[in-house]
Ligand binder design. Structure first.
Ligand SMILES: Cc1ncc(COP(=O)(O)O)c(C=O)c1O
Length: 382
């Protein structure tokens, strides 16, 4: 079995799973309880927060635990709209944001939120030049992802930061879900960034847990009110085992990042070279410094992505269409659409995404399987 769908989710590290099990079984108290078991749980919670804050070189009180990327993005979009409503009702998001940013914003349109979309070029990279002309006196938030989940393009956060330095009242959010463990922190947590979204299951941590970084002093309304956990910013009993296991996975993925990136860069180069043999194959994630090496999105015109996915699955290779969230709905993939890729080509796209466990032997086996599938579909693509 070859698992090349690591941008959808990763296999949990054994060390992270052990941390989860140990915490669940040994430290089962509620961190809010006044007794000894509660204090023990509280200490562990704050220790995990401190470790995460250290890895990101931020303050522990700027880290808030969530259930993952979707919640983090919804919180920052909706929480900013609510907290800053007396200052404005306009937000700018890129045209290739994950559905959890785009739909969170669009859900507020009926309540008066105005959205402008920052366009991307034909490679899927945000056109920074367009930003300044979209900013209005009522703009309260700009949201641009660090790395696109469908093709792996790295977004120009430095250039956006430089523009936003002149607009200190606009909050700047970066969805870093696909960047953590692949880029160094300073490539996405720029000094001008106010909010960051992170999700554990994308870096070999458990599902259903993540965190946001919220710069001290920035305005964000809580979405979950209740018992006052997370400094009253997100009430609900903390997922302590998940949080501890996430902190473990984060540290390990940071430690292993350089070796992993080196290996995967070679794998991607090899694949791209091998794919040049197939003249109908379109590559949407070139091996340049504008793209992370863990994603390779390619397409065969006139063959639907899901047909290719299943043809590879028959050969025990697991990939996805361009985004797992869109795959089941069979909709036009949003990033390729925003790049101006023609629909019949976009619909033929598949995404290979690599994780730490993948080997060169798997890359070679993939090429053999792809060759067979290509021959099978070649007649259709004429
Ligand atoms: C860029 C991006 N943002 C947000 C999410 C949502 O994360 P989660 O699955 O943790 O809700 C994903 C998941 O694919 C993603 O790729």
């Amino acid at each position: 079995m070859i698992y090349f769908d690591n941008s959808a989710t990763t296999q949990i590290y054994p060390e992270s799973l052990k941390a989860y099990l140990d915490t669940s079984t040994k430290v089962f108290g509620n961190p809010s309880s006044l007794h000894r078991l509660g204090s023990q749980a509280h200490r562990l919670l704050e220790m995990a927060r401190g470790q995460i804050a250290d890895l990101f070189t931020v303050q522990p009180n700027e880290i808030f635990f969530t259930s993952g990327g979707t919640e983090g993005n919804n919180w920052i979009i909706k929480g900013t709209a609510l907290a800053k409503r007396q200052f404005g009702n306009h937000i700018i998001i890129s045209d290739i944001e994950h559905a959890s940013v785009r739909k969170a914003a669009e859900s507020l349109q009926d309540l008066g939120l105005e959205i402008d979309y920052l366009p991307v070029d034909s490679l899927g990279i945000v056109q920074t030049e367009a930003l300044e002309s979209l900013i209005k006196p009522t703009t309260i938030l700009v949201s641009v992802m660090a790395v696109n989940n469908e093709i792996g393009s790295i977004q120009p956060l430095e250039a956006i930061s430089e523009i936003l330095i002149n607009y200190p009242k606009i909050q700047f959010h970066v969805d870093a879900v696909q960047a953590v463990g692949k880029l160094s922190v300073n490539e996405y947590l720029k000094p001008r960034v106010d909010f960051l979204t992170v999700s554990a299951h994308k870096f070999h941590g458990p599902r259903g847990v993540g965190f946001i970084y919220a710069k001290s002093g920035k305005k964000l309304q809580p979405l979950l009110d209740g018992g006052g956990q997370e400094s009253a910013q997100r009430s609900t009993t903390e997922n302590l085992a998940g949080i501890v296991a996430m902190a473990k996975a984060l540290r390990l993925s940071f430690e292993r990042q350089a070796v992993f990136m080196d290996k995967v860069t070679k794998h991607k180069e090899l694949l791209i070279t091998a794919l040049t043999d197939f003249d109908k194959v379109k590559i949407f994630s070139p091996d340049t410094s504008d793209f992370i090496p863990t994603i390779l999105t390619l397409g065969l015109p006139s063959v639907r992505g899901e047909v290719l996915v299943h043809a590879l699955e028959e050969r025990e290779i697991f990939v996805s269409t361009t985004s797992a969230c869109y795959s089941k709905r069979g909709k036009m993939p949003s990033t390729l659409g925003a790049m101006g890729v023609r629909q019949e080509i976009a619909e033929g796209a598949i995404r290979l995404s690599f994780g730490e466990q993948n080997t060169i032997a798997e890359v070679e086996q993939f090429m053999l399987a792809f060759r067979q599938a290509y021959i099978q579909f070649e007649k259709v693509t004429k």
